[in-house]
Ligand binder design. Sequence first.
Ligand code: HMG
Ligand code: MG
Length: 299
Amino acid sequence: MSLPSHVRLVEVGPRDGLQNEALPIAVADKVRLVDALSDAGLGYIEVGSFVSPKWVPQMAGSAEVFAQIRRKPGVTYGALAPNLRGFEDALAAGVKEVAVFAAASEAFSQRNINCSISESLERFAPIMSAARQHGISVRGYVSCVLGCPYEGNVAPEQVAAVARELYAMGCHEVSLGDTIGTGTAGDTRRLFEVVGAQVPREKLAGHFHDTYGQAIANIYASLLEGIQVFDSSIAGLGGCPYAKGASGNVASEDVVYLLEGLGIHTGIDLSRLIDAGRQISQVLGRASGSRVAKVRDAS
Ligand code: HMG
Ligand code: MG
């Protein structure tokens, strides 16, 4: 299969990247990050989560972040909503696209959202109908698509079953998450072959954490499978609070560098993206997780 000419990036740094940070990050710093990301040309930014603050304290200020960002026309500012309560809070904050999140492994579903996979899908049904009523689009996530921190191997057929349910209930796109970053390029190709038989490939996205350093290879493998949407995180920030040892998502800067090298258009300005990553790395007081940013900053 030939490579796509355009790829869309979903920037998840302000949500997936920051949700795992132990120390509180000021709303102003989160707002500055989101605005810097839209200035760099990102068309989709996942800004926060409307989840229980007891479960993920760092996301508690998401409504304030939404109130203060400079919304650029044409940019989608998304947020996670695990239940109707989260959806209503998101709606009140002016969110136009929410994401529901399920897992392909029962144990992870219990640890992450305190219910079984089928209960989670039932919980999403009222979100889908409320979203339709209010003209809100819904994205779906499936976690643990290439392995689970509690159960180990996860069959692609199990991922396909959950992805198909999310698509059938009205998610316009389903993002497949390698939550613990153990997957290889071979696993990734097989995953999209199996899931792609149940959900159209143009409705699927790849979400790769880089724990084992395989994320860039997995994105390339996904491109070969016709996938054109990838989630990535500025400066490689992140991890999941319910997946111990999970490192950040693949760094947005590194993905843009890969895609530019392949002649694939993203509409993103790499230097401005690196600036955005430098800024948030300074706030967090640590070096960027992006290989490209590290080299550019050193030269
Ligand atoms: P629960 O305890 O089963 O829910 O949690 P509950 O309905 O019994 O409510 C318990 C308390 O939470 C109550 O408060 C509710 O009001 C409150 P209390 O009476 O104890 O004071 N509550 C809420 N508060 C704010 N917003 C809400 C909300 N809902 C209930 N929406 C629940 C169930 C789903 C709420 C909880 O498990 C939760 O919030 N989990 C969030 C987990 C999370 O955010 N994980 C990280 C994101 S997923 C991820 O990172 C993976 C991804 O990146 C893809 C990948 O990498 O694989 C997407
Ligand atoms: Mg994630």
